[in-house]
Design a protein around this ligand. Structure first.
Ligand code: BG6
Length: 491
């Protein structure tokens, strides 16, 4: 009887909220304060000049894979290989952003954010990876950048979000060859020379750790290779060399004042709990567990621990290469989703240990996405301490959610709001303590092609119907708009 009542009661409440149409309307304060969001004081504010933005990537949203001279990328090949993508889809059309970019810029503007991180498809600009450029390819980004600026949105461009020209994979084995590093440097210089009159911030590589390990080590992502450790480490070295060559080329070709840095999925460490011993242990672990990417980029050398651990499988390198790799960055982008390593102090060498994570640890709609909001506090704090970084951007953070369209045509993604509310609280804790995080890019603006998950996983604050291409704001878009307008959280 009681449970029957409560179910009916619950159904009624759900119906009511749907009736009032909560989703996609600007959030109203519960206390009846009628002032616009920007005038309402947030008890947990972010710094005044904090940059709020959203992020996407070329292959995940653009579509138009055969238009205006674009070459093939390794992801075109991979997605068209049977069995590689869970729902059998590919990104030939994706969000059709190539044709709908004006509408999509409108969506960004409606969030109230003043920054947008997008990526440039290398095979649009150099269809063969190197050699002759395809001016029509870069034209698309000229149009996009102009549209963003006309709407008061600052463009942050990423040069590589995994869509390597297939021609480079075929010719030289992609990241297995330093020819690819050199080609990347040339491409970076070409783009910087032409866009830096309007694009002031450039990310080089997105998540080197992910695309290298998943694509060349475990065979899960494109190009689907499973290299032995020695060859994988050599490819890893070519990737960080590519970053360094790109920094050099951008400094040489871009307008003075153009800022450059990586966007890395740092191996995110969290102290088991907050004691000085565990925090110190987490600092040491942060340095060692990131030695193959962020570490060598920020220190200009591989740690002794990294070289010892890899032994005969360590990469071969020259002093000159290390100098290039270690060129000074203007900022460091950290993509932070889930805590990866909980660290405890240890009496045994090396002074820290990685704790096993229980199977019962909660996760979001993507199994890999563990819910640990404290990671967005600890990862930048530890990174800033270990490498003395003065400017950090959270270049990605967000979550997937079931994101079903309700009968009222709206999406009540309360789990995403829960996630963002908690993560942003921890980020606010970081900035209020002086951790140098200068901006935050929400992943993602809209649902898109989620790599091996196809269209089954949705990360957007706008829902996309991939049949009709209709975009609908989810409730989380209202939440985020409110945070951005008030530059803070809490009521
Ligand atoms: C980030 C990537 O690692 O995670 C994004 O930079 C990606 O491109 C996001 O969309 C979600 O990852 P996945 O593996 O669940 O598709």
């Amino acid at each position: 009887m009681f449970s029957g009542f409560s179910r009916r009661h619950f159904a009624k409440l759900t119906g009511l909220s749907a009736f009032f149409g909560l989703a996609a309307t600007p959030a109203k304060p519960a206390d009846g304060d009628a002032r616009p969001a920007a005038e309402r004081h947030a008890p947990f504010p972010f710094p005044n000049d904090f940059v709020w933005g959203t992020a996407t990537s070329s292959y995940q949203i653009e579509g138009a894979v055969n238009e205006d001279g674009r070459g093939r990328s390794i992801w075109d090949t991979f997605a068209h290989t049977p069995g590689k993508i869970e729902d059998g889809s590919n990104a030939d059309r994706a969000n059709d952003h190539y044709h709908r970019y004006k509408e999509d810029v409108g969506l960004i503007r409606d969030l109230g954010v003043k920054a947008y991180r997008f990526s440039i498809a290398w095979p649009r600009v150099f269809p063969e990876g190197s050699g002759a450029a395809n001016p029509k390819g870069l034209d698309f980004y000229n149009r996009l950048v102009d549209e963003l600026l006309n709407n008061g949105i600052e463009p942050y461009a990423t040069l590589y979000h995994w869509d390597l020209p297939q021609a480079l994979q075929d010719r030289v084995g992609g990241w297995q060859s330093s020819d690819t590093s050199k080609a990347f440097g040339d491409y970076a210089g070409y783009v910087a020379e032409r866009l830096s009159d309007r694009v002031k911030n450039i990310f080089t590589l997105n998540e080197a750790g992910r695309f290298l390990n998943f694509g060349y080590g475990w065979g899960i992502d494109a190009p689907g290779l499973k290299l032995p450790l020695g060859e994988l480490n050599q490819a890893r070295h070519h990737v960080v060399l590519a970053h360094g060559l790109a920094v050099q080329a951008i400094r040489a070709k871009a307008r003075a004042g153009t800022k450059v840095g990586p966007a890395e999925n740092i191996a995110a460490c969290v102290p088991a709990f907050d004691t000085p011993e565990h925090v110190r242990a987490a600092e040491m672990a942060t340095r060692e567990l990131n030695a193959g990417f962020l570490g060598v980029i920020l220190e200009g050398k591989y740690t002794d621990g990294f070289l010892e651990f890899n032994g005969k499988d360590a990469p071969k390198f020259t002093a000159e290469e290390l100098k290039i790799i270690g060129a000074k960055n203007d900022f460091v982008g950290l993509n932070i989703y889930a805590p990866q390593f909980y660290i405890a102090a240890s009496d045994r060498k090396p002074g820290w240990s990685v704790l096993p994570i229980p199977a019962s640890f909660p996760h979001m709609n993507s199994e890999w996405l563990k819910v640990g909001p404290e990671v967005i506090y600890w990862a930048p704090r530890l990174a800033a301490k270990v490498w003395d970084i003065d400017t950090i951007y959270i270049s990605e953070n967000g979550t997937s959610s079931e994101d079903k369209l309700g009968p009222d045509g709206k999406v009540y993604d309360l789990d995403r709001i829960m996630y963002l509310r908690n993560y942003l609280s921890q980020l606010q804790r970081a900035t209020s303590e002086g951790v140098p995080v200068k901006g935050y890019f929400l992943w993602s603006l809209m649902d898109n092609f989620e790599w091996i998950f196809g269209f089954e996983k949705r990360f957007g604050v706008y829902r996309v119907d991939f049949e009709t291409q209709a975009r609908v704001a989810k409730l989380s878009a209202s939440f985020f708009r409110d945070v951005v307008a008030r530059n803070g959280i809490g009521v």
